[in-house]
Design a protein around this ligand. Structure first.
Ligand code: NAD
Length: 474
């Protein structure tokens, strides 16, 4: 792709200062589809200088101007939706339907959510003799993973622009091409030079140059808990704010009155969408002990209905995993579960029949899993469901909360009030009652080692704002 060999800094596509590149692979074919430039600390510095210079003016723009800017971005983004979808199909193997609707649509939804928040936010409020002002925090470093690229990138860019901040984005080196298109969209929509800057590269070089940079005021990071710890350490000496959106290991509690024949296929489809590569995937299905046999039979049938294949092929519900490393990790975790005493209900190690090239894995259901097994504690990031039994409601809540993560939870019951009561007991930033109901009007983020930030709506906007009290307004 044109421009992946350059960075977008100060409103222009500029040559990198170094010459390292990385092949971007199509995970369905394992073939290189582009070369992306890998930046250096000097490239980051150049981008930070552009962002700092632009902050002088952009931080003082009116709310009306920023509303108009977000509206223009939404228009241009919509006109480039098909191109974005094609890039996502190629660089992350997202099936056509998922790429066009969920993946591209979620990025658009983030601009709409930030726009709505901006229109309704009170940037100044008087409390007694004090004027409280919410001011843009400054130059922001944005670091994102590859699994929901437009959603995760726009969940940072949109509120940062709404707040009046300037920024340097480093997307994942595994799927960097969509970010090049997003930079073009912002440019064409008239985002002023230096407000948005893009530097590609790897985590240890470009990522850590951003997190350690003394002239970056805030880092918004989405990625693994492992990298999040490194980000926090690197940001600590300059005491910059760090908003973290990290890994998850969500439980899905099926209460004893749940209609398993409906709930299990619905929720397996939800976990396996995007090939199971979602941070909030509810992979730990908690099943009442008395209903395990029934659950296994339903899950086995539901796994057969998930069609793995190439993104452009008709009827395909899930594509490949992102990389060889991701493929190896899923194989290792499935094998570890079998070694630790779990039983295969569907799928299993190896590739689906007929898919010998590409990082395709078999939709897999494991039963007889206990919560202390590696597969129940580590993120899988593949289309793998584990069935874990519980004795009673207290036991279900205890197992659900028995993890270092706290991103999401799921609970289903024929009695919605009963499900809501269980939702209140789950130690997670989000709970879905009776099916995935993710809504950009809410707040996205986790408890515990799933992070400390919140994205979407006014919660996302506030991450990019400082609070100033001006006393003496009596
Ligand atoms: P990752 O942690 O390997 O990488 C994420 C980003 O961080 C990439 O851009 C990477 O280059 C960069 N990075 C890596 N090491 C770094 C360092 N030391 N300093 C600075 N930057 C560094 O994660 P991934 O494999 O790209 O994505 C999958 C992970 O992201 C999963 O753990 C998933 O749960 C998590 N995730 C969380 C959310 C959320 O909102 N909570 C959303 C999507 C994905």
């Amino acid at each position: 792709m044109q421009k992946a060999d350059r960075f977008y800094i100060g409103g222009e596509w500029v040559e990198p200062l170094g010459s390292s590149t990385l092949d971007v692979l199509d995970p369905s074919t394992e073939r290189a589809i582009a070369k992306v430039a890998l930046g250096s600390a000097e490239d980051v510095d150049r981008a930070v200088k552009a962002a700092r210079a632009a902050f002088e003016t952009f931080s003082t723009t009116s709310v009306a101007d920023r509303i108009a800017l977000l509206e223009r971005i939404i228009e241009v983004y919509q006109s480039r939706g098909d191109e974005l979808a094609r890039v996502l199909m190629a660089e992350m193997g997202a099936p056509a339907g998922l790429a066009r609707t969920a993946q591209v649509g979620a990025g658009l939804g983030q601009f709409a959510s930030a726009l709505d928040a901006l229109k309704n936010f009170q940037f100044e409020e008087q409390r007694g003799s004090t004027m409280i002002r919410h001011e843009p925090i400054g130059v922001c470093g944005l670091i994102t993973p590859w699994n929901w690229p437009p959603l995760l990138i726009c969940a940072k860019i949109a509120p940062a622009l709404a707040a009046g901040c300037t920024m340097v984005l480093k997307p994942s080196e595994l799927a960097p091409l969509n970010a090049v298109l997003i930079a073009e969209i912002l440019h064409d929509a008239g985002v002023p030079a230096g407000v948005f800057n893009l530097v590609n590269g790897d985590g240890p070089t470009v990522g850590s140059a951003i997190t350690a940079h003394p002239d970056i005021d805030m880092v918004s990071f989405t990625g693994s808990t492992r990298a999040g710890v490194e980000v926090a350490k690197s940001a600590a000496p300059t005491v910059k704010r760090v908003a973290q959106e990290l890994g998850g290991k969500s439980a899905n509690i099926l209460l004893d009155d749940a209609d398993l024949a409906t709930v299990i296929p619905r929720d397996m489809g939800d976990v396996c969408a995007n090939s199971g590569q979602s941070c909030n995937a509810g992979t730990r299905f908690l099943i009442p002990e008395s209903r395990l046999a029934e659950a296994e039979a339903i899950a086995a049938k539901a796994a057969e209905a998930i069609t793995v294949g190439h993104p452009e092929d008709d009827g395909v519900t899930i594509g490949p995993l992102i990389s060889q490393a991701a493929y190896d990790k899923v194989q290792r975790l499935v094998q570890s579960a079998l070694d630790q005493g779990a039983r295969l209900v569907a799928g299993g190690p190896g590739r689906p029949a007929g898919l010998d090239k590409g990082y395709f894995v078999r939709p897999t259901v494991l039963s007889g899993v206990t919560n202390d097994m590696t597969i129940a504690q580590e993120e899988i990031f593949g289309p793998v469901i584990t069935l874990i039994t519980y004795q009673d409601e207290d036991d279900a809540v205890r197992i659900a909360n028995d993890t270092v993560y706290g991103l999401s939870g799921f609970v289903s019951s024929a009695d919605v009030e009963r499900a809501r009561a269980v939702a209140r007991r789950m130690r997670t930033g989000m709970v879905h009652v009776n099916g995935n109901g993710l809504d950009f009007a809410g707040a996205f983020g986790g408890y515990k080692q799933s992070g400390n930030g919140r994205e979407y709506s006014d919660f996302g906007l506030k991450e990019f704002l400082e609070v100033k009290s001006i006393f003496g307004y009596g």
